[in-house]
Design a protein around this ligand. Structure first.
Ligand SMILES: Cc1cc2nc3c(=O)[nH]c(=O)nc-3n(C[C@H](O)[C@H](O)[C@H](O)COP(=O)(O)OP(=O)(O)OC[C@H]3O[C@@H](n4cnc5c(N)ncnc54)[C@H](O)[C@@H]3O)c2cc1C
Length: 460
């Protein structure tokens, strides 16, 4: 009897297909951890037309497909554990034309985020979507998750930087969405439906990305902060006086893991419960003077207990490394990750309430806090105690979820700010979206993916 794979190879002889155990293992999971890879195969299309042919095949064969980018996702969106075919964009990695009049760069979905940044920088422009996984994540994955990162405060989410998309829908049509236009008032903007759709409506195969001017000189401030209440006060104070590109935070425990993991010294003589990292435009003397003035104001008010201002690009990078190394260092402790958000004005009471819940109900857990606090986005990471098995730990964390997500709901927040829903947060979607909204989402999926072959089980 002919298997599905034989049929695929016969229908698409030029498509690169792998069933090697190593590839199935690597391409069947993402950064989330805790899932078993079990795809049927991994395929590597080279063009939008090949993706379209693959979708036609999958519809006929009733075969589920999982789009796969750099697999740096943190919500198990690219996991294939049910015999799916993983569709990797590794071979669709061409950077196309850059048009400086339109300020648009044409890319295939598999181009690495950092390559886009470097490519436009070499021509005197700036692509501001940025995060620690920039060296591995792909533009297609970034678009499918509407990625955020460390510069959202000034430049917005990835959505702001997508001027056009080429997609192959789950029903096999190729759509050109918005064609790179700045203005286009012709009804529903389907481009925005595909941004953040986590591969559940179709494949993103190409994009036209916007770029902007290179920023002027940036300076970095690292502040030691005595309590949560001052975090919001500092955001308001610094934002009023300076042009901020980042306002990030992390706890002393997060810092301790980085110091031990990287073998570096504590940046301050005395530790504090929280630290805030601020990046701001320091290209004028007025801006530098304003930074010093607000820093002193914060000290006098008792909102800051100590601080360091970067004196060089090297020192700025060192200060950033305390924040940027957290995810990588704590990965060894198999953290249960949460990516929650509320309005920035509610961060202090929200954080205080969650801290109390975690301390009272889960005193054995090490909780590592960090995040993009200027956007109201907190990453709550629970580290696995050595006394628990992985299964016990996951079970326990699912109980934690109920407490955390009920608090998120009460604060009018979201269970996923930027990582997406994937498999990990799918059971909890109703904490953020109403039943009516979820019903509309399901109907939209049905329109674009009538046979439910696109990333089944993820998001909805
Ligand atoms: C150390 C570290 C730091 C991180 N920091 C941040 C951060 O600050 N901000 C942030 O937003 N994220 C962050 N992330 C998460 C992750 O990097 C982002 O979600 C990123 O956008 C995922 O891109 P990817 O190419 O790796 O996608 P993948 O993980 O491969 O896939 C993500 C989702 O997109 C879908 N997908 C992938 N490619 C396509 C395509 N071509 N068409 C349709 N669907 C597709 C997948 O099916 C999946 O649902 C971080 C991750 C790590 C490991």
């Amino acid at each position: 009897m002919q298997t599905k794979l034989d049929a695929l190879k016969q229908t698409m002889p030029s498509l690169a297909v792998s069933t090697q155990a190593k590839d199935l293992q690597i391409y069947g999971v993402d950064w989330t951890g805790g899932y078993q890879a079990a795809p049927l195969a991994v395929v590597f299309p080279r063009s939008t037309e090949q993706v379209q042919q693959l979708v036609h095949f999958a519809r006929d064969a009733k075969q589920a497909l999982v789009p796969s980018g750099g697999r740096t996702g943190l919500s198990a969106g690219a996991v294939a554990s049910q015999g799916e075919i993983v569709v990797s964009f590794d071979k669709m990695n061409k950077i196309g034309e850059f048009n400086s009049s339109d300020r648009l760069l044409q890319v295939q979905a598999g181009v690495i985020t950092q390559q886009v940044q470097d490519h436009v920088r070499a021509q005197g422009y700036y692509f501001p979507v940025d995060f620690a996984s920039r060296g591995s994540s792909q533009i297609g994955g970034n678009i499918a998750t509407n990625a955020g990162g460390i510069k959202v405060l000034r430049y917005g989410l990835l959505r702001e930087w997508v001027a056009g998309l080429t997609v192959v829908t789950g029903s096999g049509e190729i759509l050109q969405l918005n064609q790179g236009l700045y203005k286009n008032a012709t009804g529903y903007d389907l481009r925005h439906l595909f941004i953040g759709s986590e591969g559940t409506l179709g494949f993103i195969t190409e994009a036209q990305l916007r770029v902007t001017n290179l920023p002027g000189e940036q300076q970095v401030l690292l502040l030691a902060v005595p309590n949560t209440q001052h975090l919001t006060q500092l955001l308001v104070l610094f934002r009023q006086q300076l042009n901020l590109s980042a306002f990030e935070f992390f706890s002393e425990l997060a810092l301790q893991y980085v110091l031990t993991g990287k073998g570096v010294a504590h940046p301050f003589t005395q530790s504090a419960p929280y630290y805030v990292l601020i990046e701001y435009d320091a290209s004028t003397q007025a801006a530098q003077a304003a930074a010093l003035q607000v820093f002193e104001q914060g000290l006098e008010a008792g909102w800051i207990v100590d601080g360091i201002i970067s004196q060089s690009q090297t020192q700025a990078a060192q200060l950033w490394s305390f924040r940027e190394n957290i995810s990588e260092i704590i990965a060894a402790y198999k953290p249960y990750k949460n990516d929650i958000a509320v309005k920035p004005s509610l961060v202090a009471p929200f954080l205080a309430e969650l801290d109390t819940i975690m301390l009272n109900q889960y005193p054995n857990f090490n909780v590592v806090w960090f995040g993009h606090i200027g956007d109201g986005n907190l990453h709550l990471n629970v580290l696995k105690p050595t006394t628990q098995t992985q299964d016990e730990f996951i079970h326990h964390c699912q109980q934690v979820n109920q407490a955390v997500f009920s608090t998120v709901k009460r604060f009018g927040g979201t269970i996923s700010a930027e990582h997406g829903v994937g498999l990990l947060k799918q059971p909890y979607l109703s904490y953020t979206r109403s039943a009516e909204e979820i019903a509309y989402l399901k109907q939209l999926k049905q329109v674009f993916d009538p046979d439910q072959i696109m990333n089944p089980g993820k998001l909805i």
